[in-house]
Every structure is written in C-alpha cells, then in structure tokens.
Design a protein around this ligand. Sequence first.
Ligand code: GMT
Length: 377
Amino acid sequence: MEKLKIGVICYPSLGGSGIVATELGTKMAERGHEIHYITSSKPFRLSESNSNIFFHEVTIDGYAVFKYPPYDIALANRIAQVIVEEKLDLLHVHYAVPHAVSAALAKDMAQSSIGVITTLHGTDVTILGYDPALKNTLSYGINKSTVTTAVSESLRKETMELIKPTNEIVTIYNFIDEERYHTVETGNLRQELGIPHNDKVLIHISNFRKVKRIQDVIKSFEKINTKIESTLILAGEGPEEDEMKKLVDSLGLQDKVIFTGKRDDLPELLSISDLMLHLSEKEAFGLVLLEALACGVTSIATDTGGIPEVIKNGVNGFIVPIGDVNAVVENALNILNNDELRERLSRNGLETAQVKFNSNKIVSEYEKLYYEVAGKR
Ligand code: GMT
C-alpha cells in the first residue's frame, strides 16, 4: 500500500488530545507514513527518533497593532505552506476549536482539495460548544471537515444533538500505548516520595482544571484516611493547583497528600498505586483511566460522558454519581480492604486495555479512514 503524508495539528502541551495526537502520529510513522506536526511548539511527548516524523513550527510576532496576535490565522498560513511544500495527502486535526477552522482556511489559502479529519476530544464540544461566542465556530469547523471523529460514543451523540452537523460523526476510541503503560519496576520511588511502608496509595492524575473536581478527590481521601492508613498522590499541574493546596492545608492533610507536579514517570507512579480516583464533572473519555487499567490499577470514576465506556461498574472499577463523596469512600474502602476484589478488578481492567482499547486495533481504524479520506489505497 502507498504510504501517506499526513499533516497533524494539535495542542502540543500537557493534555489528553495532544498525547493522543502524538502517540497516534508515532504509531503511524512506525507503519511507514510521513507525519508532519504543525504546532506552536514540539508536542510534549514527541520523540523525534523516527525519521518519518517532522515538526513545522508556527510562529507569530506580537506586532504592536494586535491586541491579540492572530495565532489561528498564522496556523492556517503555516498549514497552507506545508500542504504545498510537502505535498500532504491529508490533514488530521485534533481538538476542533480553532484547529478545524484553521484547517478549512488553510485549504482555501492553498487552493487545495485535501481531505481533513477532525477529531473531537471533549471540551471542544462539551464546554466550548455551549459558549455562544464559539458555537458557530465549532459547527463551521465540523461541517467543513471531510470526516469528524469523536473519542467516545457519548461525545459523538452529544455533538450530533448539539450541532446537528451535515455529515455523520464516527466514534474512534482512544487507545493505550502498551509499550509504555504496563506494570514496571519502581525502585525506591515510594521512599523518594516519602510514602510510609504500610500505606495504601491513592492517585489522581490530571491537568488540574475545575472540571476535574479535585476537591472531591481530597474530601474523599480525608474520610478514607481516617479508616485506612493511606497516602494520596496528586500528579499534574494546572489552574486549580493553588486552591487544592490550600484545601489540603485547611484539612490538615499536608503529611498525607503529595503534589508531584507534572511527571514523566506515570507508569512508575501508577505501579506504586492501589487505586485511582477520577471524579470529573465532564470527561469525554478519560485517557488516564485507561493508562491506569493498563498498569493494573483499578479506578473509582464518575458517571459522566465517556467514562462508563471505559470503566464498567463492578467489572474493572466502580462508577459513582458526580459529587457523591460518600459513594467514593464506601467503594474505596471496599476495594482497599479486599485484595481478592482488587485483583479481580485489576485483571478485568488489563483485559479492557489490551482488547477493547488495543493500539493496533484502533490505529488500524484511523489508518483505514486516512486512506479513505486521502482517496488512496
Ligand atoms: O477536552 C479537554 O478537556 C481537553 C482534552 C485534552 O487535551 O486534555 O481532554 C479531552 O481529551 C482527552 C483525549 O481524547 C480525553 O481523554 C479527555 O476525557 C477529554 N477531557 C474532557 O472531556 C474533560
């Protein structure tokens, strides 16, 4: 089969959509396709060790006339250049706002008929889609795309109802990078983090945005910790960090809660953990839940968005209502006090990760779509 030249547009910083874009691009490069990232900086988890991977930086000078430098237009300008210079076969845009609009504009600038795939990741629809200042932008970007995909059935349905797009949207789930996510040797990590020998370890990993409801994680932990010796790891960084540190202080939990900041050793952190708490208000998929399952860690997560497509209640974890701290505590004590239950959930979780969200399977779904959109075989 002919190899493809694919332009990938994504947010390069910490966040699930950037991680998916990077891991998918890397897998496609391993399959022999040429991947051209067109982004403001090198994607955070991208290693350029594969000679099929290229990076085209988008730059913009802060000309005095601009109150807001027009990044979206500079991005369109750069995409248009790369379409022509590299003779791209298609564009894959992650996170619709503003990337799908920049891609549509680029296509027009380059006078090209290139196909565009837009992948919806979550808040591009579930938050920005309800913002009157951006809803039309989202509809326009989706309707201008050749094909739109959503990372869960829940996100697909919500987008269909909200936007009523002219084209169907297809669900392609996120996948797990099995080479990176599995139980690993952890050396002295517990000691380095100062976790007492007998403590159970609970973990929450996120980009610390309001939507993650980290206050519920901390309040649940406070109650769990009165019943069972435990430590809570809060990994990641973001806007809620200071507030959450204040909450931990006000509850007198400073010695029991570890803020690690942004870490690269997530498989190691997961491998020392007994339970993940992921209590978001909105979550289109919850990539981190899948990463935990692949490392044998079970989760308690909220009944929202695409989470129930990843976590099956009582099978590979537990689902609780949003904001229901007592339900979290009850399930957590049940899991932490019952090794047999924890092992069963963990075994089932591994199977979920390895079968339903298998990387080869999902990457092949995207590859098939790429060939269709590029009109090549
Ligand atoms: O939509 C966002 O919040 C941003 C995005 C990101 O870049 O982190 O997260 C979304 O995309 C991830 C990858 O597909 C999903 O795993 C997350 O569930 C989703 N976040 C939300 O829906 C809140």
